[in-house]
Design a protein around this ligand. Sequence first.
Ligand code: NAP
Length: 281
Amino acid sequence: MSEIIDGKAVAARIKETAKARAAEFERVAGRKVGLAVVRVGDDPASCIYVRNKVKACEQCGVASYTYLFDEKTTQSELIEFLGKLNADGKIDGILVQLPLPEHIDERACIAAISPQKDADGFNVVNAGKLFLGERDGTIACTPRGIIELIKATGVPIAGKHAVVIGRSNIVGKPIAALLLNNDATVTVCHSKTRDLRDYTLTADILVAAVGKKHFVTADMIKRGAVVIDVGMNRDETGLYGDVDYDNAKNVAGYITPVPGGVGPMTVAMLILNTVDGARNE
Ligand code: NAP
């Protein structure tokens, strides 16, 4: 039976750190750390995520400024607005909630955010710094949170075989780079990978970022492995991870639940990224 990695508890500790740093910033700068949250359209999941992020700001003493745009907003209107936020002295971090409507190019919008205010760490400058192993960039929130969860188990990362399923720019690639920077031997799997189970069965650390409910079954997991489930798959019956948790927990050494695993860490790291960005200005 595996040990459950309590993402809520680890996230609470990260938020306490962020709160203390935000209070120190306010004392020195004479204003609160500020996070701009930009949402375009009314995607229901995005509304929930934005609400959670605003709530976390309140808990940590960070001022949040929410900007809601109509679904029909054009790309150039959005980019022009992001330019204003870049120049706004009360804003230290900018978050554009993804996904954006189809007529807007997400890459162009992320590129329009100043790297210094890129709280999500998705900008090419910050992504590039991560891949070069430079420490002064902003690391994407979900991967940064995953590393903290693995460290919370006490299992050393160095020398371990880490297998990441998924190669997206926001989860798969950056977590692979971070694990490599932490001296793991990393294998990245994706939809064209043949015989996936051959790889997952050799994983000391398995990160599932696929976006498919219960995709990783117990027979794909090495006994005793650290299993991190990034998936957030909603259907009419509830929220599910990418891992078949009920059976996987009998094989894994440590495992994150969904909800209550990676999700709370993503929000906590967003706040910490914003506060750290303000302190580095
Ligand atoms: P994504 O962009 O859709 O990427 C999914 C990845 O899974 C792709 O690289 C894809 O391969 C791979 N894949 C799909 N089918 C596969 C298969 N049969 N075998 C092996 N690999 C396969 O998704 P994402 O944005 O990375 O998100 C992944 C999941 O994490 C989603 O459920 C999302 O909601 C969740 N998420 C959670 C948080 C959080 O805070 N907890 C944050 C971000 C995302 P190809 O590249 O070959 O297509």
